[in-house]
Design a binder for this molecule. Structure first.
Ligand SMILES: Nc1ncnc2c1ncn2[C@@H]1O[C@H](COP(=O)(O)OP(=O)(O)OP(=O)(O)O)[C@@H](O)[C@H]1O
Ligand SMILES: O=C(O)CCCC[C@@H]1SC[C@@H]2NC(=O)N[C@@H]21
Length: 243
């Protein structure tokens, strides 16, 4: 494991992407920054965190002969590894909000941004970025966010948290390497936020839809039992889970 610690950078994902474009980094090369000036979230959003309080890190993972159709398993691995590490710190009521937000007591404490590295027309590996709210206490502009510290009253050692997450990433990636697809999907679905509960979705055409989350497909689409009594399959661009 090789950890690069930076005081400030635009984005740890962008930094690692730049490294990978020159030479593919070794497996589990980690970039961690105290401050990101252009932290990136999913779907073009910004990742905002208080300087020095939280973990913003990116990890490089190689994949050899990986079938691109299995990509969602990478997402499952990362969400499960973060959850398992957080369980170890006794963070309460952990859930994975599809596809890969980590919630505690229904508030978002961690976001994940996975970006693929393709070279010579081949999928070489992924840059796994995660932003974990560790010791930040105020989220004035983010009403749905919280942190490990806010939820427990404890101030955490960020290095210790990072090291536990990296350890769990290795454990769960081993399962993926050994093709334990069922184990991963079952554990992911068991942790899914609002599974088996009536939920409200906002569709891309702005319609509101009610349904009950059943689980996910192997490619990461959400299976929802709707009012018309059929199972609908949503991809990320189609539906946002409101509550
Ligand atoms: N440090 C952070 N912790 C949690 N969320 C963050 C953080 N930084 C940025 N975000 C993102 O900010 C966005 C706005 O969060 P907010 O809590 O206001 O919910 P929202 O805009 O209603 O979004 P959503 O559709 O994700 O429920 C979300 O996409 C969230 O992922
Ligand atoms: O929208 C999300 O939930 C994903 C947020 C991912 C944020 C992390 S912080 C470290 C890494 N570098 C980035 O620019 N983004 C990810």
């Amino acid at each position: 494991m090789y950890i690069i610690k930076l005081d400030a950078i635009d984005s740890t994902n962008t930094y690692l992407k730049g490294m990978a474009s020159i030479n593919l980094p070794k497996d589990y090369t980690v970039v961690v920054a105290e401050q990101q000036t252009k932290g990136r979230g999913q779907m073009g959003t910004q990742w905002q965190t208080e300087v020095g309080k939280n973990l913003t890190a990116s990890v490089f993972k190689h994949f050899y002969n990986f079938k691109v159709e299995n990509q969602f398993y990478i997402s499952m691995v990362v969400s499960l590894a973060v959850c398992k590490a957080l369980e170890g710190f006794r963070i309460p009521k952990l859930r994975i909000k599809w596809p890969n937000d980590i919630l505690s007591a229904e508030k978002k404490i961690c976001g994940v941004l996975i970006e693929n590295v393709i070279k010579n027309n081949k999928f070489q590996g992924s840059i796994i970025g995660f932003g974990l709210n560790v010791n930040q206490k105020f989220f004035d502009a983010l009403p749905k966010a919280s942190s490990m510290s806010l939820l427990t009253g404890i101030v955490f050692d960020k290095d210790e948290v990072l090291s536990k997450i990296l350890k769990q990433l290795q454990v769960y990636f081993k399962l993926l390497e050994n093709q334990k697809f069922d184990v991963l999907k079952t554990e992911y679905e068991a942790s899914l936020f609002r599974r088996d509960k009536p939920s409200t979705f906002k569709m891309s055409n702005n319609e509101i839809l009610l349904g009950i989350i059943q689980g996910v497909t192997e490619t990461g689409k959400l299976k929802v039992w709707t009012e018309d009594e059929i199972i609908k399959i949503f991809d990320l661009k189609e539906a946002t889970l409101l509550y």
